[in-house]
Design a protein around this ligand. Structure first.
Ligand SMILES: [Zn+2]
Length: 141
């Protein structure tokens, strides 16, 4: 079903539901479509159907969101690359090394690596500051 915004030759506006544009034209020619206010059968479709304008608005919003996400991903990727340039990769020993650095058992330096969720929670509970780095699909190669 398609909703059409209609108006008669007296500029009364109303809405009608039709199976298709052809269905509307057929019913109009047979005189089945008439204005609910003045019963005029001189009916025209309004140029803007609300259903159409709504879906176009949603499309635009989706595109804008995509752009924002792409920008954010690019910024994250740049930040993540900088961290990797200036820090030592300690792999799975991240939690262990972060603790040693925090408690002064080894030299203070920038490190990055992998930690399980439990390890990360443990570090946070010990008051050790760290920043989660995003993992991008092409980083795994
Ligand atoms: Zn009318």
């Amino acid at each position: 079903m398609i909703r059409f915004s209609l108006h008669c030759d007296h500029a009364h506006e109303f809405e009608g539901w039709f199976r298709s544009n052809d269905d509307f034209e057929t019913q109009r020619k047979r005189g089945f479509v008439s204005c609910p206010e003045c019963s005029s059968q001189r009916i025209e479709k309004a140029l803007m159907a609300p259903a159409v304008s709504t879906s176009r608005k949603q499309e635009k919003m989706a595109l804008a969101l995509g752009d924002e996400q792409r920008k954010m991903m690019a910024a994250l990727k740049e930040m993540s690359a900088k961290v990797r340039e200036n820090a030592e990769n300690v792999g799975d020993k991240f939690a262990e090394e972060a603790r040693k650095i925090h408690f002064g058992e080894t030299e203070a330096r920038g490190i990055y690596g992998a930690a399980t969720i439990e390890e990360a929670q443990g570090l946070a509970e010990d008051g050790i500051e760290f920043m989660p780095l995003p993992v991008f699909p092409d980083d795994r190669n």
